[in-house]
Design a binder for this molecule. Structure first.
Ligand code: FMN
Length: 115
């Protein structure tokens, strides 16, 4: 579904192709929905971010790889319809086994990040 959207909107400058490949290859895809009518939109958003970060940290601690995905935004209505919910697809996370290639990107030092 996401790859179809990418094929039809190739010049939109998004990371959709890479995201599509990650979704297709990962054994686990977690979809995170939210109630867009909730009066607690801001705190819900913060809570969702915190929950996702905990998922990623736990996956890493177990030696698994993960990808935090916002690109599901482009197909959120189709996904909500597919799983038959009125909730809004807010984000997604893939979890799988880290690929040996390419190697992990070099990390910035703490001094580069904090002034
Ligand atoms: C909120 C959020 C949404 C993201 N959405 C996507 C996405 O849809 N597709 C994607 O390829 N990367 C997305 N990323 C980036 C990756 O999750 C990841 O941070 C990036 O690939 C860098 O990973 P690395 O530091 O391990 O190299 C998102 C990151 C964040 C924080």
């Amino acid at each position: 579904m996401m790859r179809n959207w990418h094929e039809n909107n190739k010049n939109n400058g998004t990371s959709l192709l890479g995201t599509s490949i990650a979704i297709e290859q990962a054994p686990i895809l977690i979809l995170i929905f939210r109630d867009s009518e909730s009066p607690w939109e801001r705190s819900d958003t913060l809570s969702i971010g915190g929950a996702i970060e905990n998922m990623l940290l736990t996956a890493t601690s177990l030696g698994l790889g993960s990808l935090w995905i916002a690109d599901t935004w482009y197909i959120k209505d189709e996904i909500s319809a597919m799983v038959n919910t009125n909730l809004e697809l807010f984000s997604a996370v893939t979890i799988g086994y880290p690929d040996e290639s390419p190697a992990q990107r070099p990390r910035k030092s703490l001094d580069d990040l904090i002034n």
